[in-house]
Design a protein around this ligand. Structure first.
Ligand code: DQA
Length: 143
């Protein structure tokens, strides 16, 4: 099965970005743990990051031809983007939404996610483990 892992704005700065909130792992570290697990689970992985909402929407649209499921950390677009919500709804693939931090414990503007409304499942507050847990869940469900 083919899994598309998408990362939204500012996640390219992981490692140096508010380490007290997001930890010290870089996005590259997270990608490497995902790739290692994918080999173990027999999944094909495409791991990407963009700061652009339009690019994220295009990648989601393209996934209907190339992927069996999506893991997405939409970052700030979780809280703002009807376009990302609509794109995920349009393609109808299984989606696991991941947040490194526990968004419910933070500022109130982070408590609502447009993506959660169309996600199969949501993982937050577990740091980089959220990504690998999402992959494990999808591997089981796609069997
Ligand atoms: C985040 C949480 C969002 O509120 C924030 O805008 C991010 C990262 C997380 O992984 O905890 O950029 O999605």
């Amino acid at each position: 099965k083919r899994i598309l892992v998408l990362n939204g704005p500012n996640l390219n700065l992981l490692g140096t970005r508010e380490p007290g909130v997001y930890g010290v792992a870089t996005l590259r570290d997270i990608e490497q743990s995902c790739k290692a697990l994918a080999v173990e689970l027999g999944l094909t992985l495409d791991f990407r990051q963009t700061n652009s909402e339009g690019e994220l929407v295009t990648w989601i649209q393209d996934a209907r031809l190339t992927s069996d499921a999506i893991v997405i950390n939409p970052a700030a677009y979780s809280h703002t983007s009807v376009a990302v919500h609509d794109a995920l709804k349009a393609i109808g693939l299984p989606v696991v939404e991941v947040h490194l931090s526990n968004i419910h414990q933070r500022e109130s503007f982070r408590h609502h996610s447009y993506v959660s409304l169309v996600a199969t499942g949501v993982i937050c507050g577990l740091g980089p483990s959220g990504y690998t847990l999402a992959l494990r869940a999808l591997a089981e469900q796609l069997q």
